[in-house]
Ligand binder design. Sequence first.
Ligand code: LMR
Length: 330
Amino acid sequence: MFKLTAKALACAAIISCAGLAQAAEPIVIKFAHVVAEHTPKGQGALLFKTLAEQRLPGRVKVEVYPNSSLFGDGKEMEALLLGDVHMLAPSLAKFEHYAKQIQIFDLPFLFDNMEAVDRFQASSAGKALLTSMEGKGITGLAYWHNGLKQLSSNKPMHEPKDARGMKFRVQASAVLDEQFKALRAAPRKMSFAEVYQGLQTGVVNGTENTWSNYYSQKVHEVQPYFTASDHGLIDYMVITNTKFWKGLPDDVRSELESIMVEVTAEVNRQADDLNNEARAAIIKAGTSEIIELTPEQRAKWREAMRPVWKKFEQDIGKELIEAAEAANKG
Ligand code: LMR
């Protein structure tokens, strides 16, 4: 009698657990970022949501919070470590307090083009940076492209001397701070959400960013000049809370990882198009002049900014810099 009851109880427990599993609430993944939706990162987050909910129906729900609507600069990393948000994709300029080597991506004129960035990110040296913060509870899932940075200002800038004495908004990055100091300009660290107002009120006179970020934040309305400098990079590392990610059911994590590979390829494929579209829209708006540089002028900007490399060589590592430079050779 007792044995039957125990067996019956065990079966009942399995059925009810199965039933509970069926009815279990989906795992909620909060994905926050600071840019508009019609940008490479904005589109990537939405595509990740779509594919995750399609392929893991009822098991995963992704909540995307664009435009600093949940957490913005200065708050997002702490929120991730506390588990108040589960995924971010900060600019690579925002990791200096977690992994000094990631500053490599801020070195001006390091990469000749996005193909070189691709090659470095896909190299063993580039991939190693994705897991370089796990000791601090942060796992890198992928690199996402945005594009090369252009300068913006309230007066025309053709050569480095034109930037002297001007106040430039920079991301919270020691490398970018030094980059503008090398031009004898005055860098001002400011969150992305404050850029438009900072430029509108004259707190800063100019900044640097990609065409898609400029247009989506309407920066062309408050900046009469852009200099098409291609002087640096804005790319992203998609990151998650290591404990959260490792705590996911194996099949869910494995599916999300393969979705991330698919989304990364799509983000990187369309980034160029989104930036070219934004540049064309700025020209069409007619609010600003886009100054093209001659090769001689661009060489002057490179020469003026290049000393920044030496200042950070110890932090980043000579070998890593050489590996990144090698990626320019295809
Ligand atoms: C910035 O702060 O300018 C960028 O990091 C914004 C972004 O995430 O593209």
